[in-house]
Ligand binder design. Structure first.
Ligand code: GDP
Length: 687
């Protein structure tokens, strides 16, 4: 098997942007210039190729990551589509995980918005190298330099413009290329503007070289000795600094007007890393737990990460893979080291936005879709059975909102169950739960919009009409005091009795730490074989809840003493003892209720600001900042999820439809006392 593209000519990238910044339009233009799309789609007309799901077209937002392969200057560019809406954070996280580089698109008018900041931090976590594209330079209010300053300040990274806009707003007439030292003028350039830009070019090119000289020795030495520095040297320095995440090069243009897209493609090839430039993913041997260095090379054994599962209506279940090492043939037997089971790979496809291409093998660095894997889910590692490598699993946030759903027609119950199960496999932040007491089906997710979108998919893709209940907030409980608690379960009833006895130390954990269990039994006070039963008993109480019946989170439980009986001790007895110790312990540890808090950013024309702030205050919002620019303001605030219902509609009517907002989960915080009392009373469980 020989490679289709040399490894250094592969770019696995994501296009990352705040909703409405122009990601879809830019992607369309990229596909147009790489000649994969025959007719340029338009988001406004709802024909964009990347937004391949019906309702995405209607809503104008990109929800699911579809991978698209295209070619530019003999390079293979795999674009892994990242969703713009942070309600779908899991999608963003898992696509970032498999990217080597990213193009971050900003709206030149709005600049850096809260959501871009959130996604930027996620990209930092995965060490994704980035270039920035300041879009919409043709719009009134577009300000290139202001956006660059915002990137520097808000995202705390050195943003180096490698282009400047030639004019802006209606007079946006071209791009000043500081690297190649040239002006790319669009039709009808204004002669005065061109003249002015010659001066700008000289000045800013000098500034770019000075900045690079400060950071890169290979530029510093010739710079200090007064030598001319060639465009190729500048490019090489920008590439080194971008790949090591020390700078982000900044470009500009207008996706809608098809301006600056070819230079953007050049920058993807010139500055973003190939799989060879990215550090190997952290990996262990799934049998021994020892670290393994998984090098990007076709000569290494095969390894890949399943980063996305899609139930395609026509094809069936597609699993998207990023190959990290080695090569694999379609139909080969591989080990799923996450589940420990062997599976046969079916067919392999390279996906383009408008068609798919069947291939007979997948090589290092490639992104392929697989048809045939039945037992592999998102986040699983596949590998050559002789080298059982396991990549770090992708951690997803727990859902914060739930609602009851039922089919409009009773006859559709099985179809609904089937549809929900399929969606849950695709999306790890979407969960289904059957309440045995009420017989209801509950679904939970990351926000109102998330659940709404999924219910629409149930209707469109599976033809089931759904009645949905009012969304309910997923409250949690935690404790505030460390306590020690004893549990004894002793039954003497003639024959064999029951004997379990434990001492637990129950302590509050840090917010977000979840649950931690430690076994500190020394000198055999409880035999090892019963310890897992103690942990099970503890977990049962945490899941069934303390004060109100909501799950208890962020606690550390240490089993430090107890006793056993040679004959009467059993798993059940220890489970019961732990259960009793935990029930009492939580009561004594001053439990409190926690509620999910959302981070919200609203952009509104100034005349509606007062009214919107008034509405926010009535929703228990904590306003963090208000930034005003020209005619509009951006409000950043934290709002309890319980107070956000109906917010979208209210905002629309208060601003005549001109304000926009983004919202995503921030953290859990204590619910105020008076509300906590109401909830405890409603749940009828105040013990
Ligand atoms: P996404 O949500 O980031 O995918 O953004 P879209 O590509 O859907 O664009 C959002 C809106 O901005 C659409 O109405 C586009 O037509 C518009 N748009 C995108 N790029 C530009 C641009 O460069 N200039 C102007 N004026 N509008 C643009």
């Amino acid at each position: 098997m020989s490679r289709t593209f040399p490894l250094e000519k592969i770019r696995n990238i994501g296009i990352i942007a705040h909703i409405d910044a122009g990601k879809t339009t830019a992607t369309e233009m990229i596909l147009h210039h790489t000649r994969r799309t025959y007719k340029v789609g338009s988001v406004d007309e709802g024909t964009a190729v990347m937004d391949w799901m019906e309702q995405e077209r209607e809503r104008g937002i990109t929800i699911t990551s579809a991978a698209t392969t295209c070619h530019w200057r003999e390079h293979c560019i795999n674009i892994i589509d990242t969703p713009g809406h942070v309600d779908f954070t899991a999608e963003v996280e898992r696509s970032l995980r498999v990217l080597d580089g990213g193009v971050v698109i900003f709206d030149g008018v709005a600049g850096v918005e809260a959501q871009s900041e959130a996604v930027w931090r996620q990209a930092d976590k995965y060490g994704v190298a980035r270039i920035c594209f300041i879009n919409k330079m043709d719009r009134i209010g577009a300000d290139f330099h202001h956006t660059v300053t915002m990137i520097n300040e808000r995202l705390r990274i050195k943003a180096l413009p490698i282009q400047l806009p030639l004019g802006s707003e209606k007079l946006f007439r071209g791009i000043i290329d500081l690297v190649e030292n040239k002006i790319i003028a669009f039709p009808d350039p204004n002669p005065a503007l061109i003249e002015e830009s010659e001066t700008l070019l000289a000045k800013h090119r000098q500034a770019l070289i000075e900045n690079l000289a400060e950071l890169d020795e290979q530029i510093m030495l010739p710079y200090l000795s007064g030598q001319d520095i060639a465009a190729s040297q500048i490019k090489a320095a920008i590439r080194r600094l971008t790949i090591s995440n020390r700078i982000v090069p900044v470009l500009c243009g207008s996706a809608l007007k098809d301006r600056g897209i070819q230079p953007l493609l050049d920058a993807i090839v010139d500055y973003l890393p190939s799989p060879l430039d990215s550090p190997p993913p952290s990996a262990t041997n799934s049998k021994s737990g020892k670290e393994i260095l998984c090098l990007a090379s076709d000569d290494e054994p095969f390894s890949a990460l399943a980063f996305k599962t899609v139930s395609d209506l026509f094809m069936g279940r597609l699993v998207y893979l990023r190959v990290y090492s080695g090569m694999v043939k379609a139909g080969a037997q591989v080990l799923n080291s996450t589940t420990g089971k062997k599976e046969r790979l079916g067919k392999l496809y390279v996906m383009h936005a408008d068609h798919r291409e069947e291939v007979d093998h997948a090589e290092t660095g490639s992104i392929v879709a697989n048809l045939g894997l039945k037992m592999t889910s998102t986040g699983d590692t596949l590998c050559e059975p002789t080298r059982p490598v396991l990549f770090e699993t992708i951690r997803f946030a727990e859902p914060v909102l739930s609602m009851a759903v039922e089919p409009k027609s009773k006859a559709d119950q099985d179809k609904l169950d089937n549809a929900l199960a399929k969606l849950a496999v695709e999306d790890p932040t979407f969960k289904i739960y059957h309440d045995k007491e009420t017989g209801q089906t509950l679904v939970s997710g990351m926000g109102e919009l998330h659940l709404e979108v999924l219910m629409e998919r149930v209707f469109r893709e599976y033809s089931v009409k759904v009645n949905a209940g009012k969304p309910q907030v997923a409250y949690k409980e935690t404790i505030t005091l460390p306590v020690e608690s004893e549990g004894r379960f002793v039954r003497q009833s003639g024959g064999k009795g029951q004997y379990g006895h434990v001492w637990l130390r129950i302590e509050p954990g840090e917010r977000g730490s979840g649950f931690e269990f430690r076994d500190q039994i020394r000198s055999g006070a409880i035999p090892k074989e019963f310890i897992p039963s103690v942990e099970t008993g503890v977990k049962t109480v945490l899941q069934s809840g303390g004060l109100t019946g909501y799950p208890v989170i962020d606690v550390k439980v240490t089993l430090y003493d107890g006793s056993f009986h040679e004959v009467d001790s059993s798993d059940v007895a220890f489970r019961m003892a732990a259960f009793m110790a935990m029930r009492d312990g939580i009561d004594k540890a001053e439990p409190i209720i926690l509620e999910p808090i959302m981070e919200v950013e609203i952009t509104t024309p100034n005349q509606f600001l007062g009214d919107i702030i008034g509405d926010l205050n009535s929703r228990r919002a904590h306003i963090e900042s208000i930034e005003s620019r020209d005619e509009s303001s951006a409000v950043r605030c934290l709002v309890p999820l319980a107070e956000t219902f109906g917010f979208a509609g209210d905002l629309r009517s208060r601003s005549q439809g001109r304000a926009s907002y983004t919202m995503h989960f921030h953290r859990y915080e204590q619910l105020p006392q008076d509300l906590a009392k109401q909830i405890a009373a409603r749940m009828g469980r105040s013990r």
